[in-house]
Ligand binder design. Sequence first.
Ligand code: TEU
Ligand code: CA
Length: 563
Amino acid sequence: MAQDWWKSAVVYQIYPRSFMDSNGDGIGDLQGILGKLDYLQDLGVDVLWLSPIYDSPNDDNGYDIRDYKKIMSEFGTMEDFEQLLLQMHRRGLKLVMDLVVNHTSDEHPWFVESRSSIDSPYRNYYLWRKGKQGREPNNWLSYFSGPAWEYDSTTQEYYLHLFSRKQPDLNWDNPTVRQQVYDLMKFWLDKGIDGFRMDVINHISKVPGLPDGSHPNERGYAWGGEFFANGPRVHEYLQEMNHQVLSRYDVMTVGETGGVSPSDARLYAGFNRQELNMVFQFEHMNIDAGPGGKWDLKPWKLTDLKQVLSRWQQELHGTAWNSLYFGNHDQPRSVSRFGDDGLYRVESAKMLATCLMLQQGTPYIYQGEEIGMTNVDFPSIKDYRDVEIMNLWQEQVEQGGADPAKVLHAIHVKGRDNARTPMQWSADAHAAFTVGEPWIKLNPNYPQVNVAQAVADENSVYHYYKRLIRLRKQHPVLVDARYDLILPNHQEIYAYTRTMETEQWLVVCNFFAGQPEFVLPSGDFYQTTELVLSNYPVLDSAEVDRFNLRPYECRVYRRVQHV
Ligand code: TEU
Ligand code: CA
């Protein structure tokens, strides 16, 4: 069966600032990545997605782009980039770039021009509006605290920024803006890159008139997402982009799309839609958020996780393609969030990888996840760097008088810097990430949790990931096989099957430290059953249809009918 290569690929996300520093300035860089290609090749991944490496003032670590055709000077030069791409391709690794085009930096020449005068030819590249009764043009909130509008005294109007005030939103309704975006995409595609991860791409089309969001808070502000997420012209724009750019190259695309349902996803990533190959949905990232949003901490329930992931598996099967992830540069570390980063760190990291990577879709591994890196709890707000965290602190603690200990706790649990502490390469100083002063402190557990340890230890999370990745390669049936959840109401066990014709894979995962009994529901008869993988030793004589699981144990069985 001819397959699109991105369906059987495993993607590894690199956050370049925190991956490897080659020149001692404390900031990860392209030569640092180049020096680690052996490690990544050995792990067995197929694609590297690099978080933004373009010229940027780094208000949001590169997600605020000043020049789309230039490499960020801290990361290196265009020659370094070309060398990296060449060396990757020589090793059979593909490179996916981050495409951040919902907004630019406020230091991008388009915006500098745009803000200079109401008559500027660039004025309409962005969303400028007059204030209303001395307030913002509408009530939308920014994702990074405060209103989504910034007043600009030069022309006495406001501009829209859904993210930080240094990230003004582009006006996609302007055809010239779209052509500029297609042009910069071609610039990179013509260099030979293998695809794009598209930042907040479902936010590019805003409802005309920019109406007020419903359910305003006590100060009159509201999220407003109903007027900018999955907006009226987003599919028209993506189809145009596909037609003019993407369809001309053999590349993969994944759209970051907060607030999509499976039926939305079938529009973005449906097999016959000519838009994107897949999207990142966020529903499972929200199961531990209360009504107050991300920082409103709520314990998550396994039944919610199962229900969400299974619905996506079911509803995209045969019509669109899933992406599979538990972590990225915006999320807490997966083992701290959904596993146990203490006593059962190794077991639970392996179990999570098993649960995720044997589902249908393209798996994404976030740097450090393959060695079970954990959240960090820095003692002081001064140790944090993320603009989202800075703004939260300012709004809640400095202006709002909230209890600093409570806000710091929420940051420990949910803050994005959990994922951004430097990659832990060894037990040497600064985990051998840098010989200089790192731009952000390391997780103090690096003497125990690091790549050198993991590579040397056959039983490490790292070696288990290698086995899982190899398994997916050896059994292409895992790409297309149907997914079925079993025991949907079990509070501790996540078990599912993948079935294709006469072959069935059974994945059983214990998500907690108890020892629940797994009982296989009776069903089809399989003559042979083979234990393919487990994170504990399992006796040959062990039963398949009834057994007790050990803390965070997972087992993968392959069953075959002989006809
Ligand atoms: O994130 C988009 C997004 O929806 C964020 O609000 C995300 O939910 C948040 O970071 C979680 O706290 C993308 C990038 O992945 C992120 O790093 C950028 O900061 C953001 O866009 C703006 O470009
Ligand atoms: Ca450096």
